[in-house]
Design a protein around this ligand. Structure first.
Ligand code: TYD
Length: 404
């Protein structure tokens, strides 16, 4: 029996993906011992929050071996440049504002805020990426964000006009401490916004690979509304984002000044119509995941039996779930192409597929490529035009398995 990390009510188990490794821990050799945990999903019938059954200790995931550097994709560079512009144009409405970013990674967004001379602070627990942020001219404190950190920041720098976090809030197990910290640090009419994978998109696309160790929570407007309200905060708006396979950006303000937008009210209605406040929606999702994994295995078996050499594209964190749950190993996939220097020369967690750097896909003998970084499909297909023109095929998995 498990309890909701947000409201403490008893949760219901809705999916089980089996034993998994740490998704972003690319190993130096296949013999390296690997941490394992059971990847299960629970739904809270009281506050509608979808969450992992078992959390991995943050130090196991976010340490100096953390291999996720935001700045490796052009589309993400553009996304965060636009996010910085949005902050500047819409949210910084008084003189001498102060912006705090939770999990600033390598400074992909905050460097734009730093460049225009706005006071800012990144709160980033992973030492190696924090160092990269400093090298990008960003002020950083190497810590986890919680109520205590919020109080220290407030006493040193004053209240924050904007607090934001991209792909980080869903990582933090003590979610109440994050919201309590925001409530403490946010100025009276300030705005807290965060963006994370949106459970509605995950369900619509059956993209079960979004479920992995780092993503402890899978938010909806319905669950964020309840969570915020327990901390004197109110969800006031939501924006849909076409990044990381479908995310939502939630805007939160102090309840005293909050005026929810029509866009939010409409989205809350849509979520209810699709039963996101009902565990059955998630059980159906788990059934689709099992079908996709089975079909993918079949297609790979058929191709390898014909003597095809299959390679994969993008050593993503989420591929840990897809590969492990589908039972795919280095016997099925020859190598994974990736352009992240920290990943090259290593092996995918537990499935031990070598990660290699490459110049051109069309110079590789393999003509079938499993697209693990499907969230960058447009950017990758544009880049690999010659491969496609020469008959190369991408194997894609969501919302259904296809070779095209
Ligand atoms: P990412 O989108 O961050 O997914 P996740 O959050 O699941 O880790 O990962 C994309 C990976 O794909 C990253 O390792 C970089 C790699 N990549 C390439 O190698 N080439 C490319 O053209 C793009 C867009 C990404």
């Amino acid at each position: 029996m498990k309890h909701c990390r947000s409201c403490n009510a008893q949760t219901k188990p809705v999916a089980n993906f089996g034993t998994m490794p740490i998704s972003n821990r690319f190993v130096d050799t296949p013999n390296e011992p690997e941490y394992e945990f059971e990847l299960t999903v629970e739904f809270c019938p009281d506050c509608y929050l979808v969450q992992l059954g078992d959390a991995v200790e943050p130090q196991e995931m976010f340490n100096d071996a953390y291999a996720f550097f935001s700045s490796t994709s052009n589309s993400m560079q553009e996304h965060f440049k636009q996010q910085a512009q949005m902050i500047q144009e819409k949210l910084l409405l008084r003189d001498n504002p102060f912006v705090v970013e939770l999990g600033c990674n390598d400074g992909i967004m905050l460097r734009h805020i730093a460049e225009i001379g706005i006071d800012h602070l990144g709160v980033e627990p992973s030492g190696n990426v924090a160092l990269a942020a400093e090298q990008n001219g960003v002020m950083v404190t190497t810590e986890f964000f919680n109520l205590a950190t919020a109080k220290t920041i407030k006493s040193q720098y004053g209240s924050a006009d904007v607090i934001c976090g991209s792909n980080v809030v869903c990582h933090i197990e003590d979610i109440n401490s994050v919201f309590a910290g925001v409530s403490e640090l946010l100025s009276r009419d300030g705005t807290f916004f965060f963006e994370d994978p949106y459970i509605f998109d995950i369900i619509k696309k059956s993209s079960f690979d979004q479920i992995y160790d780092e993503h402890l929570f899978y938010f909806s407007c319905l669950s964020v509304e309840k969570l915020a309200s327990r901390h004197g905060l109110t969800l006031v708006d939501v924006e849909m984002l076409d990044v990381h396979g479908g995310e939502a950006r939630y805007f939160v303000q102090h309840t005293k000044v909050a005026k929810p937008s029509q866009r939010l009210i409409d989205q809350l209605e849509r979520e209810k119509e699709h039963n996101l406040n009902d565990g059955v929606a998630y059980i159906k999702f788990a059934e689709s995941a099992a079908e996709i994994a089975k079909e993918l295995r079949q297609i790979l078996n058929e191709l390898t039996q014909k003597g095809e050499e299959i390679i994969a594209y993008g050593a993503t964190s989420k591929s840990a779930t897809l590969l492990n749950y589908s039972g795919i190993t280095n016997q099925d996939i020859k190598c994974v192409f990736d352009n992240t220097p920290a990943k090259i020369g290593k092996f995918t967690p537990r499935t031990h597929i070598p990660i290699v750097s490459y110049e051109n896909l069309d110079q590789h003998p393999g003509k079938h490529v499993l697209l693990l970084a499907w969230n960058h499909a447009k950017e990758i297909k544009r880049k690999e035009r010659v491969f496609i023109e020469n008959g190369g095929k991408f194997i894609e998995t969501f919302p259904r398995v296809r070779v095209e």
